[in-house]
Design a protein around this ligand. Structure first.
Ligand SMILES: Nc1nc2c(ncn2[C@@H]2O[C@H](COP(=O)(O)OP(=O)(O)OP(=O)(O)O)[C@@H](O)[C@H]2O)c(=O)[nH]1
Ligand SMILES: [Mg+2]
Length: 197
């Protein structure tokens, strides 16, 4: 899919203020600093549509972007920034959980995983939470330019294996780099398929 237009629509502090719109949505979620805003910019082919930051936790609102005047990308705040007790790991911001569980036009959540790391409980728990809630998701392993190819490959395999012990079925997954543009075409092709379905 060719991106011909990408426009910021609005930011919402909570679910209640999310824009009324009939457009189908694809959301980005993941740990702080994993590269959600960067990936959004890569897909949109824009340098600074979504705010990229070296400070973890920069995105605090739910940000809506209209693509090709036809569908939306939604940049969500990252989870796992503040040090949290084990019991509250899944008590991430209410705005995000409300959005994910109640937004009717949400077609797919892209869960971003740092490809440099071996499987992290917080990411596995989050995928588990989505699966239990019946919320469709796909995995995006980010920052693949930052480690050797075989390291990325083994981290992806380990994550899929760990996830298979918790949830049924293997999710779609992608590997991306905002530095080289890797994965952009595949993710957009997937979005196109889902929009058509
Ligand atoms: N080398 C490299 N750096 C990346 C990549 N993706 C993101 N980064 C860098 O990682 C940092 C965090 O990126 P963001 O896109 O702001 O991450 P985020 O997930 O939106 O962060 P929060 O909004 O704070 O949760 C920035 O310094 C980016 O430049 C990538 O694919 N490769
Ligand atoms: Mg961000």
């Amino acid at each position: 899919m060719k991106i011909t237009a990408a426009d910021f629509l609005t930011s919402s502090p909570d679910f209640e203020t999310c824009p009324e719109s009939g457009l189908q949505e694809f959301a980005f979620i993941g740990r702080s600093n994993v590269g959600k805003s960067s990936l959004l910019n890569l897909l949109a082919n824009r340098k600074d549509l979504a705010k990229v930051s070296s400070t973890p936790g920069a995105t605090r609102l739910i940000n809506f972007f209209v693509m090709n005047k036809a569908w939306m990308l939604v940049d969500l705040p990252g989870y796992g920034y503040a040090k949290v007790r084990k019991e509250s790991r899944q008590e991430f911001q209410k705005a995000v959980s409300d959005y994910l569980s109640q937004r009717e036009q949400l077609r797919c959540v892209f869960v971003l995983i740092d490809s440099r790391l071996t499987p992290q409980a917080i990411d596995l728990d989050f995928c588990d939470w989505l699966a239990v809630g019946g919320i469709p998701f796909a995995l995006v392993f980010t920052k693949t330019d930052k480690s050797k190819a075989n390291k990325v490959k083994s981290n992806v395999a380990l994550f899929l294996e760990a996830l298979s012990e918790r949830c049924e079925g293997e999710p779609r997954y992608f590997q991306t780099s905002t530095k080289t543009g890797k994965g952009r075409g595949e993710v957009l092709e997937f979005v196109e398929q889902v929009l058509k379905a």
